[in-house]
Design a protein around this ligand. Structure first.
Ligand code: PLP
Length: 435
């Protein structure tokens, strides 16, 4: 399918001359003739270079919790940046953002960064410094950013290369990652309580941290089985391991207090990005006083020229102010429920075996199966061809989900009933055409 109009094609041709594969992040490359070129966004919509309008459910992989170009956030940032953007000194904007993060999430202390990658990288360093241990336990199918320590066995890995569940193999998702990193990682299938306990027992003296996305944010938003997160908390308490919740996707999305509030479990460290700044680059690491105070000038490094910069900090404080004072989360849930129920009903009526996954703010569905997937391996079993056909049909009709079902559908406060109704009509038309 050709998704580019005339203008997009000409811009992307220029992009191919400048950037490897024409993009600045690999996931954006859909092919020379199919990579999307977006000119602007507003609320639930984005417009491509040829002025075709799409209802956006990628939301830039999650951040736009209020919708694109939210006037309140944009105006605030534009106003404060008139007085400067970066001093590498403390500014009132970052203090305000930090206070709101503390109040909304219940962390004792917080440090600002710029991206989710920086946040998880620093959280892992804090955990190592805090415990004096070096190994990290991560779960299959989880993505924690682009630094070397975590680029293994993510949603993009070939599940066939993962070996058996009893003996999961580390599958690097990139060349260029030092082999030596493998000695620092311990891998477990997500949602496997028994294997997790067994593995932690085996490595308990070397484990600095368990890092977990509380839901499988990079595999259709799959939720934890009852007792899974509780078991992680218990094991970390038992062996003095730092529990890191990577809430880059779930933070300020599942609830104002993120997955910690949604599942009523406190981690030792939590990483935030995405919804924190409604599309401006800002991230945070928060956590318990005793763990966060491992950061120490001259001893344990958390640094960054752009950390706490005025633009990101002001965007975060305004986004969080809106979320604290308005029913943003309620609107996001209402929109997600309408869409989940509608898609479920349409697939049922057309006799397509399926199972809905995730939570309304970030949901997915698997086709060709009715068994709830528990991890990335299970999700790999679905009818990906039908999913892609429906997705391209939707794109043709002006609705923009990710074409790979592992990436959830993201909802924002601007997805009103009219917008989700339009989406469901297009979904049924696309399904009929795909079949
Ligand atoms: N952690 C999770 C759970 C993510 O989904 C992502 C990005 O999608 C990251 C970390 C990395 O964030 P960033 O792309 O801002 O570096």
């Amino acid at each position: 399918m050709k998704t580019q109009g005339e203008k997009a094609r000409s811009i992307f041709k220029r992009a191919l001359e400048v950037f490897p594969y024409g993009v600045n992040s690999n996931f954006r490359y859909w092919g020379d003739d199919d990579s999307i070129v977006i000119a602007r966004g507003k609320g639930p919509y984005i417009w491509d270079a040829d002025d075709k309008r799409y209802v956006d459910y990628r939301l830039a992989f999650g951040p736009m919790i209020l919708g694109h170009a939210d006037e309140r956030v944009v105006r605030h940032v534009a106003e404060v940046m008139k007085d400067g953007t970066l001093y590498a000194f403390t500014s009132p904007h970052e203090v305000e953002a930090g206070e709101r993060i503390k109040r909304m999430t219940g962390v004792d202390k917080v440090r600002l960064s710029n991206t989710g990658t920086e946040a998880t990288m620093h959280a892992i360093r804090i955990a190592r410094a805090h415990t004096g241990r070096e190994k990290i336990l991560k779960f299959e199918g989880q993505y924690h950013g682009a630094h070397d320590y975590v680029l293994y066995s993510t949603a993009n890995s070939d599940t066939k290369a993962m070996g058996s569940k009893d003996d999961p193999q580390l599958v690097p998702i990139s060349t260029g990652v030092p082999k030596a990193i493998e000695d620092l990682l311990v891998l477990v299938p997500y949602n496997d309580l028994e294997r997790t306990e067994e593995t932690v027992e085996k490595h308990k003296d070397d484990l600095a941290a368990i890092i977990v996305e509380p839901v499988l944010g990079n595999v259709a938003g799959i939720v934890p089985v009852p007792g899974f997160l509780e078991k992680l908390r218990e094991l970390c308490d038992r062996y003095g391991i730092v529990l890191i919740f990577d809430e880059v996707k779930t933070g300020f999305r599942l609830a104002n207090g993120g997955a910690q509030e949604y599942f009523n479990i406190k981690a030792d460290l939590v990483t935030y990005a995405k919804s924190l700044g409604n599309g401006f680059p800002v991230a945070a690491i928060g956590g318990k006083e005793s763990v966060m105070m491992t950061i120490e000038p001259g001893k344990m490094i958390h640094t960054g020229t752009y950390n706490g910069n005025v633009i990101g900090a002001a965007a975060a404080s305004k986004t969080l102010e809106i979320m604290e004072n308005e029913p943003v989360i309620e609107q996001v849930y209402a929109a997600g429920k309408r869409l989940m129920n509608g898609i479920d009903e349409i697939l049922t009526r057309h006799g397509v075996p399926h199972i809905m996954t995730g939570t309304p703010p970030m949901f997915g569905f698997a086709l060709g199966t009715t068994v709830p997937p528990l991890d990335v391996r299970d999700y790999g079993e679905q009818d990906h061809e039908l999913y892609a056909k429906i997705s391209y049909g939707l794109i043709d009709r002006g609705i923009m989900p990710e074409t790979d079902g592992r990436e959830p559908w993201f909802l924002c406060a601007a997805h009103t009933k009219d917008v989700t109704d339009e989406t469901l009509t297009a979904f049924e038309d696309s399904l009929k055409a795909a079949k």
